[in-house]
Each structure stands twice: as C-alpha cells, then as structure tokens.
Design a protein around this ligand. Structure first.
Ligand code: GLU
Length: 464
C-alpha cells in the first residue's frame, strides 16, 4: 500500500516549493491508488501560527490537492511521542543525559580548538561495563538517542541515488528536551512510522536529517520508508527562490490571476518530465507520474512559461467560470459590473488575448466605468482625414442593426466613402470606446456596448 504525506511547518504561507512537494506526494498516492496524508508539523510553537495553518489549507484547497487522512497536528500527538520515548528508555535505545548547555559549549570549544568536529562526548551514554556518573541532584536531563557507533547508515534515494553516512559522523541526537518536549526529528520519525508512510517525498533540505531518522526508525524496529528528496527550485534569475522573487506564495498566484490548473501543470513539469509533454491535466499527470523521471538537479522557475500555460487554460475555460472569477476582481477595484454588456460576453471576446485573470479584468473594466482617453492617445490614432469618416460612422450608429457584421459593414462604408483604409477608423473607435489602442475585432467590440454608450463615448471626439 502506497502512503505518502505532506508535512509542512506552519510558519508562513504555502510557498511554491512546498506546493510542488505536496503535488508530487499527492500524485504518487493517486497513481498507485494509495493514501495521501496531511500532517501539520507545528511543534515549533514560537514560529507556528493558526493563520499559517489556514494559509496552507487554503493553498491546498485552491490547488485541489485533497488529502485522504488528516490534517494531523503534531502538537496534539505529544502524548504519543512521550510514550515512545519512555519505551526507548526502557529498551536502552535512548538514555538520560545531564550534560548542561554550558558544559556542551565548553566541550565544543575545546573540540574546535583541537581541530575536531564538535560533538557530544558520550559522558552519559551507557555501555556494558561502563560506570556512569551520578546524576546531579534536582537536574532535569535531556533524552538522547543511542546512535550506533560504527557502520554506515545508507538509503537508495529515489531521486538522488545511494547515500551513505558513517555513523561515526553522527552524535547522539537529543530526542527530548529537559522539559520533556520531543524534538523535531523524533516527531517526524514517530509519525512516519505510525502513519505507515511508504514514501517520504520532501525537499532536499531534509537530506541531512534522513540518516538520523533512519537510525531511530531501525531502533524502533520500524519499517524504513523509501525516500525521494526533491531538489530545490531556483528563481527566474537562477538564484535560490526567496521572497525577493515576489510571488512565492501559492495564494499570491491566485491573487495575480493564475488558474490553479495552470499552476499545477506548471509545477508538475518543475523537475519532472514525461517525454516532451508540456500541457496535461491532473488526471493525466496522475497516470504518468513516477519517481524515476524526477531530475536530481535544481529546477529553474520560468514565469514566461507559466504565463503561456495560464493563457492556454484561460482560452480553454468556459466564459461563465471565468466571469465568476473576474467579477470579484472588478468589484474589488470598486467597479460595478452592469448587465450590458454581460461580463460573459466581454470575456468571450477577450479571453484569447490575455495571460491572466487580472489582464482579463483590465480589459473588461472599460465596459463598466467612464473612460477618459488622453488627448495624446487620441491625436496619435485619429488622423485629421479620418474625422469625416468618424462623423459618418456616428451618423449611421442610430439606425444600424446592433450586431457585429452590420457594424462592420458600416465601418467599411464610412471609410470607403472617403477613400480611407479600415484602420484609419478602427483605431480611433478603439481608443474612444475603450481607451485602449489594442482590442479584439473592432466591430465585435462596438457591438458589446449598448448603442447609447457608443454614441456618448464617440461624441467626445473632436468634430470636423
Ligand atoms: N516540516 C518540514 C518542513 O516543512 C517537512 C518535514 C518532512 O517532510 O519530513 O520543511
């Protein structure tokens, strides 16, 4: 049975790297008809917040990455971790250590001075035939894991290949602090074990934790999961992705006007490939996704490609759905979206020309607000010789059938009479009606407006 998990620490928003980890874990479970578990690693109480938990859940919901079990909160599982620590103390795989933080500092300084790697010296580690010091009265000990002293700990990472670490490199990890609270790596181990995780898919910033986690799992007699460590994501500029890069939070992409299916499709290709396939649904992804085709090298973010995918999915989406997504964006700008033209009709005309929902909102806005095209823009697009053609067009607007073909014919007739070409009139019409020089086919744009609005907006043109 395949069981994967996404285990974010709720200390901020769901960022794009976390979302990719979640997507890969989710898809792997889907592909194998397994389970995907959401676990909130909230033991860092100083940095974890309920808002961050909500931000993660919102991000997962927006992407549509539904979990089968959870969310489990580590803070609610403290009793369980403490019970396992007691078991390990009883079994002799963990021990009490009374070395104080000051003693540890001194120890480390001495080791550094001798050119040695700083490590706990094992004073309180029980060994056959060894007499331990007497615990100082009233002192609260930490609990340390009794790491094997020799041999290697190794795993075949499903992305990075075989990784081996000598146990001599690892000192005895503190698994419970003096106040009894379990430490980060220990909670992860107990959870992966008890949640029967088969595949740990996570960022490669956790590679260093893995040997310690495997040793503890083995001491518990637990089945060691398989590990797949994903390489990091670099920004467009090739630097490590950070706040500097702007939209690193998944919900920021929502705000910036991206569709979740575009972000998912984009993330799916960030470090994974299936031949040359670039555009695919999540259903298709879940059929294809495997761990063999994840690249061990860092993936570089490419905003242009994301925009291209988003434009593709906007084109594919039906107008009602897009209208429901654009309407609140317009309302947030204080625009009252009237009935004429219908927002769906506007979207139908513009959705092939934009890359984001926000651009769609920019295009739609001019149909519902007063516009004031600048004199410069108008002068740039309304040539003096076109003024009579514009006057003819205005005169014809009263009686023309209110549909694109008839309006198109009226434009042709108006320019034809004065021996002009279409753009001479099409351009000033665009500017006067929308304030923009670039629009879809001008007859279709004119037809979207109520006849009266067209007359009112064209009346602002300089006369003769
Ligand atoms: N909580 C860790 C993080 O947010 C992930 C731990 C794990 O996947 O094992 O980076």
């Amino acid at each position: 049975m395949i069981r994967t998990r996404f285990a974010p620490s709720p200390t901020g928003f769901l960022h794009i790297g976390g979302a990719r980890t979640a997507l890969f874990s989710w898809a792997y479970a889907r592909r194998h008809a397994g389970q995907f578990i959401l676990r909130i690693e909230d033991t860092d109480v100083a940095r974890s917040t309920p808002e961050a938990v909500q931000a993660i859940i919102d991000g997962m919901d927006w992407l549509g990455l539904a979990h089968d079990e959870g969310p489990f909160y580590q803070m609610q599982r403290m009793d369980r971790y403490k019970a396992v620590i007691q078991q390990m103390l009883a079994a002799g795989t963990a021990y009490h250590c009374y070395t104080t933080p000051e003693e540890l500092d001194r120890m480390r300084e001495e080791q550094r001075a001798k050119g040695l790697k700083p490590r706990y010296d094992g004073t309180w580690r029980p060994e056959p035939g060894k007499t331990l010091p007497t615990p100082p009265a009233g002192a609260q000990p930490v609990v340390r894991f009794k790491n094997p002293l020799d041999g290697v700990v190794a795993w075949d990472d499903l992305v990075k290949g075989r990784i081996e670490i000598a146990n001599a490199e690892l000192d005895d990890l503190v698994i419970a602090r003096a106040d009894g609270t379990p430490t980060y790596n220990f909670c992860v181990v107990v959870d992966d074990w008890e949640m029967q995780i088969s595949h740990v898919i996570r960022g490669d910033d956790h590679v260093n934790n893995t040997p310690r986690q495997i040793n503890i799992l083995q001491a518990l007699g637990a089945q060691v999961p398989l590990y797949a460590h994903l390489s990091m994501i670099l920004g467009d500029d090739g630097q490590k992705l950070s706040k500097r890069h702007g939209a690193v939070s998944v919900m920021q992409y929502d705000e910036d006007g991206y569709l979740p299916e575009a972000v998912l499709n984009y993330l799916a290709r960030l470090g994974w490939s299936h031949g040359d396939e670039e555009v695919f649904s999540m259903a298709q992804f879940c059929e294809w996704f495997d761990l063999d085709h994840i690249t061990p090298s860092a993936a570089q973010f490419n905003t242009e490609k994301l925009n291209w995918l988003n434009a593709h999915y906007l084109k594919q989406s039906d107008n009602e759905r897009l209208a429901a997504l654009v309407r609140p964006r317009l309302e947030a700008r204080g625009v009252t979206v009237g009935d004429t033209p219908s927002l769906t009709a506007v979207i139908g005309l513009y959705k092939e020309r934009v890359a984001t929902l926000n651009e769609l909102a920019d295009a739609a806005e001019v149909f519902y607000i007063d516009i004031h095209p600048s004199a410069e823009l108008l002068a740039q697009h309304l040539a003096p010789e076109a003024v009579p053609a514009l006057a003819d067009f205005i005169a014809g607007v009263r009686d023309v059938a209110w549909e694109a073909p008839a309006i198109g014919a009226l434009i042709k007739e108006s320019v034809g009479k004065h021996g002009l070409k279409m753009p001479k009139l099409a351009m000033p019409l665009r500017v006067l009606l929308t304030g923009q020089a670039q629009t879809p086919s001008v007859d279709a744009v004119v037809a979207l407006f109520p006849r009266e609005t067209v007359l009112a907006r064209l009346a602002k043109a300089p006369q003769g």
